[in-house]
Ligand binder design. Structure first.
Ligand code: NAD
Length: 259
């Protein structure tokens, strides 16, 4: 082996990352740009998306709320107009019940407010669907590419008081498998990355709290939380040609939690 073709190279490719303004998404934008991609940093927080894009060569920012189907169509239309292609898409934007409840204690299923259920499903499940239906035609138009959706440990297991997030992430896994079956013959692969407990703004309030930290670390064989870049590296590989025969898979990047 001379190593030929064994590096990750996105030269000439256009990559979209939703939730690109923070955490896992921002780390993935940085990895994609470093590998030569022209990166579209999409986020509902326009200032954060712009801040990430500003530091990356060839990157642009788009403000989008993925729970809005028309906004997702407009986002991809902007990409079509600007670049004429889309090679890689990381559907990663997400929230939890904690976000939707704005710090209120997490309720059990029978008292979960309907608006919280609907908001978490609207962003975490509908949002992925909205992005997929907008992205797929543009990816197919140039002969295919790769999509990665962010699931979670909670696509496989649950914690009490997380009904909406758990349902949404199980749903994203199902969507991933369906897309993998529908478009594989047209050169479009679709996979999922399943992060364990990652140190990002989404979890900061919980994982560093004294009462949760040890309990959350206990089931992780690697005995540390993931960094955003740990997950970005897995996503980058799934988006790249290095995973050319991986389709419909879910890669757990969880330090061995599910094992
Ligand atoms: N942090 C973890 O422990 C963990 C574990 C498993 C899965 N995940 C998943 O990883 C993904 C990224 O999470 P993170 O930890 O990097 O969180 P984060 O809060 O750091 O980043 C999420 C980004 O998504 C954006 N966003 C939220 N709602 C949006 C919407 N409606 N439209 C567009 N953008 C929106 C936010 O503005 C933010 O920039 C999420 O799907 C999350 O469920 C995270």
């Amino acid at each position: 082996m001379n190593g030929e073709g064994s590096s990750i190279d996105f030269t000439g490719k256009v990559a979209l990352v939703t939730g690109g303004g923070s955490g896992i998404g921002a780390a993935t934008c940085r990895r994609l740009a470093a590998a030569g991609a022209r990166v579209v940093v999409a986020d509902c927080n326009a200032a954060q998306a712009e801040a990430v894009a500003r530091d990356l060569s060839g990157a642009t920012a788009i403000a989008v709320d993925v729970s809005d189907a028309a906004a997702c169509e407009a986002m991809v239309e902007t990409i079509r107009a600007r670049y004429g292609r889309l090679d890689a898409a990381f559907n990663n934007a997400g929230i939890t019940e904690v976000t939707a409840l704005r710090g209120e204690p997490l309720p059990e299923t029978h008292v979960l407010p309907l608006d919280v259920w609907r908001r978490v499903l609207a962003v975490d499940l509908d949002g992925v669907f909205h992005c997929l239906r907008a992205e797929i035609p543009l990816i197919l138009a140039t002969g295919g590419g790769a999509i990665v959706n962010t699931t979670s440990l909670q696509a496989h297991i649950s914690y009490p008081r997380t009904a909406a997030y758990t349902a949404a992430k199980h749903g994203v896994l199902g969507l991933t498998r369906t897309v993998a079956k529908e478009y594989g013959d047209q050169g479009l692969r679709c996979n999922a990355v399943s992060p364990g407990v990652v140190d990002t703004p989404l979890t900061a309030g919980v994982i560093h709290a004294e009462e949760y930290r040890d309990m959350l670390l206990a089931p992780i064989p690697l005995k540390r939380f993931a960094t955003p870049d740990d997950i970005a590296k897995a996503a980058l590989w799934l988006l790249s040609d290095q995973s050319a025969y991986i389709n419909g898979a879910v890669i757990a990047a969880d330090g061995g939690y599910l094992a």
